[in-house]
Structures are given as C-alpha cells and as structure tokens.
Design a protein around this ligand. Structure first.
Ligand code: SF4
Ligand code: SF4
Length: 181
C-alpha cells in the first residue's frame, strides 16, 4: 500500500519529469546502485540519492525541495553514469536544487560565492597571502571574468534577484567567520 502523507504533492513529480532529462525518474526500480556508488553517501548516510529519487517519485516535495540534504550533492555524476536504468540522478538533483532556490532555500555559502562572482568575477577571490605566494612561486596573475559582463547576464536571467532572496535552510550550521591567512 502506498504511504499516505500530508506532504504529498501530486504536481511535484510532474514538475521534475517535465524538465530536461527529468522523465528518466520514472525508470527507477530502487536498486540503490546510485547510493552505493555515491562518494557523499559513503561518508554521510543522511545524503541518500536513492531515497531522494524515491521521495520525488512519491511526490514528497517538502522532504526533497525543503531538505538541506540535496545541497550535499557534489554533482560528480557517478550515480548517473552507474544507474542501470538510465536515470539521470544528478540532473534530477540539480532540478530539485533549482526548485529549492526559487523558494530561497539555498545555503549561505552559495549565496556568498554568488555575490563574490557578481562583485569580483570569481567565486573565491584570492586573498593577499595567496597572491604573494603565487608571485614567489612564479605563477601567473589570476585573470577574473569581467564582473560587469557577469552582472549584465545575471540581471537578464534574474539570478541576481534570486540570490538576494535567501531564507535560512532548516538544520543549517551557523555561519563561520572567514580567517585571513
Ligand atoms: S541506481 Fe537508478 S534505478 Fe537504482 S535506485 Fe538509483 S536511480 Fe533508481
Ligand atoms: S552526483 Fe551527487 S548524488 Fe550522484 S554520486 Fe555524485 S554526489 Fe552522489
């Protein structure tokens, strides 16, 4: 018998299957190959790709889109390469992250990286210590992408507005202060 749950959303499964590669969700037969090969699951059993796929199939929107766990996926694509049914697990998780982002549910560190991209043209600008070490080692100057071009693109796509509207993700660790080397 299918479990009855208050967080079931019949439209949710369609939202995912209508996306690029999303229809492969329907081919899952819950073999767990994706979890078995996932490098994140190996170290953190809270992150379980098979369970994410199952919850998406069952329309459990809140348990996927509102869970901070989906952000643990490193998008290494191992699950997608190994799935015997051709389910594009990593692409499906990207779509779940997209839905989550539209609700403002993305981690603080990603918001900071996105803001740095808009301001400096790179997600992780090098600090003075790194720059002087590179110089001593004879490494070339790091060229960043022109921030004004990035801001133009992100304003067309709405990405700049999206990153401003972040809500705290449930279970999120408190922000750590950056340490200057
Ligand atoms: S490997 Fe593929 S078929 Fe097996 S549980 Fe994962 S998504 Fe489903
Ligand atoms: S793409 Fe994500 S879910 Fe798939 S194996 Fe890599 S970390 Fe795990």
């Amino acid at each position: 018998m299918v479990e009855a749950s208050s967080d079931m959303d019949n439209r949710f499964r369609e939202e995912i299957t209508e996306t690029h590669e999303g229809e492969t969700l329907n081919f899952c037969y819950q073999c767990s190959t994706c979890s078995g090969c996932c490098p994140v699951f190996r170290y953190n059993s809270k992150f379980n790709p098979r369970r994410i796929v199952e919850n998406t199939l069952l329309g459990k929107r809140d348990r996927t889109v509102k869970s901070p766990d989906i952000w643990l996926c490193t998008v290494c694509h191992t699950c997608t390469e190994k799935c015997p049914q051709g389910v594009k697990v990593s692409e499906i998780i990207i779509e779940l992250k997209n839905l989550s982002s539209k609700e403002g549910l993305f981690p603080a560190h990603l918001q900071e990286e996105a803001k740095a991209l808009l301001e400096f043209g790179m997600v992780s600008p090098a600090n003075k210590a790194i720059l002087s070490r590179r110089e001593k080692l004879g490494l070339p100057v790091i060229e960043n992408a022109p921030p004004e071009e990035i801001r133009t693109l992100t304003s067309y796509t709405g990405f700049d507005k999206l990153i401003e509207n972040r809500k705290a993700v449930e279970g999120e660790a408190p922000k750590k202060e950056a340490v200057e080397e």
